[in-house]
Design a protein around this ligand. Structure first.
Ligand code: PMP
Length: 392
């Protein structure tokens, strides 16, 4: 029976990682893989995480099972950062649970929406490729709209049309900040318009927050999501700590639901627990426990926020350098200065991307997505020069 399975294309980014690894050129540049890099090219463990892990080794007295909700101390300690210190539960209307990474949270949010009657999900494209894969796996219909304009700004009209045109049983999936792959976020004014459209729409908002703190700051990056939550009766939030705590492989995420009324939360969460049980039973503990220890200790919290600031400042610096270069051949780099997070998409043809790889040792996704954190003082000049050459 298993011979009925047709081979599937390997993940393009994983294939790219292997090609880069096997390239003997010493001045090769990896702009493919989606992790933060320091100016020295590494992705080190945060000092705050190391300290919390040491504390965990010393103090953890059991590894017996938690429930499908995972570490609720983690889930609750995170809420003031996500939803704001002033009213982190929206008057008791928000409850959450731990998930295996942001991926688990997106899976749970969309599966729960489906269980509640969602049949179609509106989504801006391009998007993180796994959004479409998860929705397809759940047999949810995808209605796409263009996320960005050609000038590197967000296409507000398209998202508003999607929200306004949504019918009962529709959800709209948005990126909270640091859009993957474009880096193009809605401005606070645009979020106001989006929130107002949601308030008049039947659509269920699902907001994916995978990069809080990597754009302009923890509070700044949450403005859009919080604006929507203040305007609507109910919403689902998928959250990842894998970038802003550098925990990638430890798989740390959370799923939150804002209900119309706090009395609805037990029934809603019981459905979420059931879905978690069927998907992964319970999430991995270690990384979430380390985040809990950080967030409950003011000194460790300060250390973490400082490390996050350093990360964000470096990405802003790289973006500024690119923007200041103006154009490289036919590529206008100016919009990259106002884009956010790890990623931006360059308007390059397949041939130009292939030539960057073959002739210059520069590796990027086939979509033209670059990870700006792959650029350093030492290689940014070469990158801009190569862009000019392949697009000349
Ligand atoms: N949502 C978006 C938009 C992402 O880009 C990613 C990861 N790159 C995720 C969710 C999932 O993150 P995680 O690694 O925590 O599963």
């Amino acid at each position: 029976m298993l011979d009925r399975l047709a081979p599937q294309a390997p993940d393009a980014l994983l294939a790219l990682i292997k090609l880069h690894r096997d390239d003997p050129r010493t001045d090769k540049i990896d702009l493919g893989v989606g992790v933060y890099r320091t100016g020295q090219g590494g992705t080190p463990v945060f000092g705050a995480i190391k300290a919390a892990e040491r504390l965990l080794v010393e103090t953890q007295d059991s590894k017996s099972y938690l429930g499908p909700e995972g570490d609720m101390g983690f889930v609750e300690a995170l809420m003031p950062y996500v939803f704001g210190a002033g009213n982190p539960t929206m008057g008791g209307r928000i409850e959450g649970m731990q998930t295996p990474g942001g991926t688990g949270a997106v899976r749970l949010a969309t599966a729960l929406a489906k269980a509640a009657g969602t049949r179609r999900v509106h989504m801006g494209t391009p998007s993180w490729p796994n959004h479409a894969q998860i929705l397809a796996d759940l047999d949810l219909e995808v209605a796409s709209f263009a996320h960005a304009n050609a000038d590197g700004t967000a296409n507000l009209d398209a998202v508003l049309a999607a929200i306004r045109g949504a019918q009962e049983g529709d959800a709209v999936l948005l990126h909270g900040c640091c859009h993957n792959p474009t880096g193009i976020d809605y401005t606070p004014e645009q979020w106001n318009a989006i929130a107002a459209a949601f308030a008049e729409s039947a659509a269920l908002p699902i907001i994916d927050v995978a990069y809080q703190g990597l754009g302009h700051g923890m509070d700044e990056d949450a403005v859009g999501m919080r604006t929507v939550l203040a305007a609507v009766p109910e919403a689902l939030i998928a959250y990842s700590c894998d970038k802003n705590f550098g925990l990638y492989r430890d798989r740390v995420g959370a799923f939150y639901v804002m209900a119309q009324d706090s009395g609805q939360l037990p029934a809603i969460m019981s459905n979420a627990y059931g879905l978690a049980r069927a998907n992964w039973s319970m999430p991995p503990d270690h990384g979430a426990a380390a985040v809990r220890l950080i967030l409950r200790d003011p000194a460790l919290t300060a250390m973490w926020l400082d490390e996050l600031d350093t990360m964000r400042a470096r990405m802003r610096q790289v973006r500024e350098k690119l923007a200041n270069a103006g154009t490289a051949g036919t590529v206008d780099l100016a919009p990259l200065g106002s884009q956010n997070g790890l990623f931006s998409v360059l308007p390059l043809s397949k041939d130009q991307i292939a030539s960057l790889r073959a002739d210059h040792g520069i590796y990027m996704a086939g979509s033209g997505r670059i990870n700006v954190a792959g650029l350093t003082e030492g290689n940014i000049g070469k990158f801009i020069g190569a862009l000019a050459e392949v697009t000349a």
